[in-house]
Ligand binder design. Structure first.
Ligand SMILES: [Zn+2]
Length: 239
């Protein structure tokens, strides 16, 4: 079986008070170079970015078509938004909780046209720097249920947002910032998330050489297993 068709199931058991009511699932879709992360709970599918090279429509529809779908975007880079135009066709109950931060070209803006804003309030903690120096620096960072999703946030920004999340130390799963690029995942960040059980690189190595050797080495030194969507396919975590 080709590596990309494998589905890896990672079960994490920790004392989460709501776990008895509903099994929460986190899926990091194998989209090639890009990011699409979905957290499923009893309210619906919460999507964090919907971009990359290969859209997993069949699998996403199977999981989320009958559920409500809430979209949160980190920033405007194509590899985080490229499937947005198709969402209206594949998922009927979809709304935007957080559009990408910052300005965008009319072509990118058109992707969000026709998607309504969610009436629901944010249920997770998020942070963004309106003064970020570039598109990556503007990335919205999300922390929810032990999962840290930094988008493409840079090491410069990490210095600020490590202080913004009260529960940062309880991080169990790290979606590597900027797909594992050396411009993210500083030691200052890793020092603050000492109980991380797994780090995920959502990337295709041959495109931009993500994850970077430096990040790999720093994870290894801390004995944090690195999971690559490129090797395992869609990654499914039972929280
Ligand atoms: Zn990216």
């Amino acid at each position: 079986m080709a590596a990309r068709s494998c589905v890896f199931v990672f079960v994490i058991l920790w004392a989460w008070p709501l776990a008895k009511e509903f099994s929460h699932q986190l899926i990091v879709w194998n989209v090639g170079q890009g990011q699409w992360v979905t957290l499923v709970d009893n309210r619906g599918c919460w999507h964090f970015d919907t971009g990359g090279e290969r859209p997993p429509w069949k699998e996403v529809m199977r999981l989320c078509r009958a559920r409500r779908n809430f979209l949160t975007y980190s920033h405007w880079d194509w590899d985080h938004i490229s499937f947005t135009g198709g969402l209206k066709n594949f998922l009927p109950q979809v709304c935007v909780l957080h559009p990408p931060v910052g300005r965008a070209s009319p072509r990118k803006m058109r992707l969000l046209r026709g998607l309504r804003a969610c009436a629901e309030r944010e249920v997770f903690t998020s942070w963004s720097d309106p003064h970020g120096r570039n598109a990556n620096g503007l990335s919205r960072v999300v922390w929810w249920r032990g999962v840290l999703i930094p988008g493409d946030s840079t090491r410069v920004e990490e210095k600020f947002w490590v202080h913004a999340f009260k529960q940062l130390r309880e991080t169990r799963i790290l979606i590597l910032g900027h797909h594992g690029s050396q411009t993210s995942t500083s030691n200052a960040l890793l020092d603050r998330i000492p109980y991380t059980l797994a780090a995920v690189a959502s990337a295709r190595f041959r495109r931009y050489r993500h994850p970077h050797k430096r990040v790999e080495r720093d994870l290894q030194l801390r004995e944090i297993p690195l999971l690559r969507t490129e090797e395992w396919g869609h990654l499914i975590f039972d929280l």
